[in-house]
Design a protein around this ligand. Sequence first.
Ligand code: PLP
Length: 411
Amino acid sequence: MLEATNKPGTISSPHGLYHQNTSTLVKPPIPLARPYITDEERAAVAAVLDSDVLARGPRIDQFEERMAAYCQTKHAIAVSSGTAALHLLVRSARWQPGDEVITTPFSFVASTNVLLYEGVQPRFVDIDPKTYNVNTTHVPAACSERTRGILAVDVFGYPAHWPWLTGFAEDNHLTLVADACESLGATVNERPCGSWGIGAAFGFYPNKQITTGEGGCITTNSDDVAAFCRSLRNQGRTLSPAMEHTELGYNYRMSELSAALGNAQLKRLPELLERRTQVANWYNLALRSLQPDLILPCPDTPQTKRSWFAYVIQLHTSFAPDARDHLQAALQAEGIGCSPYFPCIHLQPYYRRRYGYKRGDFPVAEGIAQRTLALPFFPGLPERDVHRIADAVTRMLPSLARTNPKHSISC
Ligand SMILES: *Cc1c(COP(=O)(O)O)cnc(C)c1O
């Protein structure tokens, strides 16, 4: 399945690709992520094309029923992207321009952009250096009289501290919204991510646990949130009369094509999650001996069970600040896909320009953003490729520059 299409000037052999002119062995590239699509999915999408129902239809209802069942929520509302799902939750929270909402600077930019869509002021809180999620000990001090809610993210599929966040939100009359776009399949106290807060957002971009091409979903136990999101995704319509628009809505609908793909993927979700866990275990074993120079993803606890979204390694603080960039370039030069996950949201040019954020504002998040690297991670990644990647990291690590004296840390 990793058959690279031959580029001009190369020939295929059982051992990889050879440049015809030099005869040097060039191993096939390993992408950062790759969806895992079977004939079941192909047939499901083809069946939609053979029907007359390409947009709204029964496959969306079925997808919603399955998502709600999986997340143990009363409702699920399928939408066109994870960002759309988050935006509808921000609207459902009734946060107004000028309100402040506590969130994390270490996430995909969409989780804060949705606040800005509504004129809501993000109030970033620095992160926990182990879980990479919002450090809850900083939350009380970040609250002001304008604070109306918390938007927490399960970064890399590791659940945020939902029981604490739920209690704090209740005690302080704050509305809690969940960005579960990376955590389908994760649980806290055996309760699925997706069932916390007033509602949770999922995204189904091709690098997520399941994909619908583009797509998203809101899961919620609230009848009001569900009805509001259903209306807003469809231009703010009421159920009847059909052409009455009682709210300012959007076209955030999912298509039948996406839902058909999503249904087939959801059916295989246990297998997809198992394969991801297997790949993570291969990495953990292959990289274990590089600790503490290399910090591996935070392990589960008896209460907190992650869903593997990405495999992100972190360089120890004894390495030079640009060591991660050198490691990234060296891996890429060998055809190994990798990416810095995540650049801090507050340091993105738009956020700097608009709010005047600067380096040093959230030092833990910034340090981790500078030292982390996501390695290739997807359900079809073969064990031999994990070993090729781990061997490359093992070989490169000693050549990376250090600034601080080496010392061991406990994790
Ligand atoms: C993927 C993702 C989103 C957005 O999903 P899209 O479907 O790309 O809009 C939001 N938040 C986080 C944390 C994500 O990883």
